[in-house]
Write a protein that binds this ligand. Structure first.
Ligand SMILES: *[C@@H]1O[C@H](CO)[C@@H](O)[C@H](O)[C@H]1NC(C)=O
Ligand SMILES: *[C@@H]1O[C@H](CO)[C@@H](O)[C@H](O)[C@H]1NC(C)=O
Ligand SMILES: *[C@@H]1O[C@H](CO)[C@@H](O)[C@H](O)[C@H]1NC(C)=O
Length: 374
């Protein structure tokens, strides 16, 4: 009897790992575009199940797929792509074949699976409406949670989710998660309200974010959120380099960048890391590289940012950083001045944070200081 108890205790430790630690996977995903909407979703669901299988080999307990990952950017055609998502508590048997395939993969591999899709629903007058929705399958294939995006971005045919909807869930590996979608990260509801009680230490962020100079680059928004709020962030971005979409990562509540990926070359990528307050910076260098070439271009040459800000509203100064620098720059708008203390070191790895694009379109290894003129 004693022997059995000992064995059970050991098995329990083995199964749960160290307290407060778990293994997370996020997928940077480049959606396939097939002949019909249903074929597109089916083909991408198939890819998802392969990622789930691969994540299981590295012991992932939860996996996150990106916003618009199953369809690509089809927010202008919800009537062709949207599907009904059963209520929380449903499953593990579904009439929708694609949902069934995902649920089977979740159950077979004992993994929590977070998927985003356009959801079709009825309003109170039985009129069809559409949401941008994350749903979570638990490790038994049941629908554990749903979240409908509140802050829509260029999605005029969709209905915003309710501000007071429940967007959190509990896992059997003793971690609670909150979740939201893309543009949501810039608004109190839900990006701060979700974590306001202090109970939620893990946030899932599905996105189809495009890189926008100067300050809305995907990785710094993601890392900034984790650092500012002291939460673990699992950020999964859709990849479409021709539109500048991409950049995913896993970030620790202690400020660590546990894994990240950003590239100018279009591809999907599985990121996996242990997550927990004692897990330290362990990232593999997967960032933009100046020397990797593909079809004769470097990753950096292929990397696109969208310049959606009006540079005339900014004061921009170039600072030559090739030799390292320590300087103070003062930027004034009438009587209002900002002083920037700049202290730079030349990076020793062949990886850079961001290249600027000069007016003639040439890549320009300088950094910019800017202040908004308002
Ligand atoms: C990728 O972006 C291009 C350019 O915006 C667009 O034409 C294409 O449909 C996008 N692909 C997907 C899968 O969203
Ligand atoms: C919406 O209403 C239609 C017709 O009443 C029904 O067939 C469909 O299942 C409903 N959808 C949802 C998501 O409740
Ligand atoms: C909506 O559709 C359902 C099922 O078709 C029906 O039972 C219900 O009465 C309808 N509600 C309204 C407000 O029309």
């Amino acid at each position: 009897m004693k022997g059995l108890l000992f064995f059970l205790a050991l098995a329990a430790v083995f199964a749960s790992g160290y307290a407060g630690e778990y293994t997370a996977a996020v997928v940077e995903f480049q959606p396939a575009k097939s002949a019909t909407p249903s074929q597109t979703i089916e083909d991408n669901v198939h890819e998802y199940t392969v990622f789930i299988e691969n994540a299981k080999r590295e012991a992932a307990q939860i996996i996150v797929f990106p916003e618009y990952g199953l369809t690509g950017m089809v927010q202008d055609q919800p009537e062709r792509y949207a599907v009904e998502i059963p209520d929380v508590g449903s499953g593990p048997t579904y009439s929708d074949l694609n949902l069934q395939r995902l649920a089977n993969a979740a159950r077979e591999h004992g993994m929590y699976v977070v998927v985003n899709i356009l959801e079709k629903a009825n309003d109170t007058a039985n009129k069809t409406i559409y949401y941008n929705t994350n749903f979570v399958l638990n490790n038994h294939g049941k629908i554990l949670a749903k979240y409908r995006k509140i802050n829509l971005f260029l999605e005029p045919l969709l209905t915003p989710g309710a501000q007071d909807q429940k967007n959190t869930f509990q896992t059997d590996f003793n971690e609670k998660f909150g979740m939201f979608i893309c543009f949501d990260i810039l608004f109190y509801y839900p990006s701060r309200s979700t974590i306001a009680s202090g109970e939620i230490k893990n946030v899932i962020f599905t996105t189809a974010w495009f890189s926008t100079v100067a300050i809305l680059q995907p990785l710094n928004v993601q890392h900034g959120y984790a650092v500012a709020n002291r939460v673990n962030l699992l950020a999964s971005n859709m990849n479409n380099v021709t539109a500048g979409n991409g950049g995913s990562g896993i970030y620790g509540s202690n400020g660590a960048v546990l894994s990240y990926y950003i590239s100018g070359l279009g591809s999907s990528r599985l990121l996996i890391s242990k997550v927990g307050s004692n897990v330290q910076q362990s990232f593999r260098t997967q960032g933009l590289k100046g020397f990797n070439t593909f079809n004769g271009k470097t990753e950096l040459d292929s990397y696109i940012t969208q310049e959606r800000f009006d540079s005339n509203r900014f004061t921009i100064r170039k600072i030559e950083l090739s030799t390292g620098v320590e300087t103070v720059e003062k930027v004034c708008q009438k009587k209002f001045c900002c002083e920037f203390n700049i202290n730079a070191v030349v990076p020793t790895i062949e990886e850079v944070y961001q290249y600027g694009l000069s007016k003639n379109g040439a890549l320009d290894r300088t950094y910019v200081v800017s202040s908004q003129n308002s």
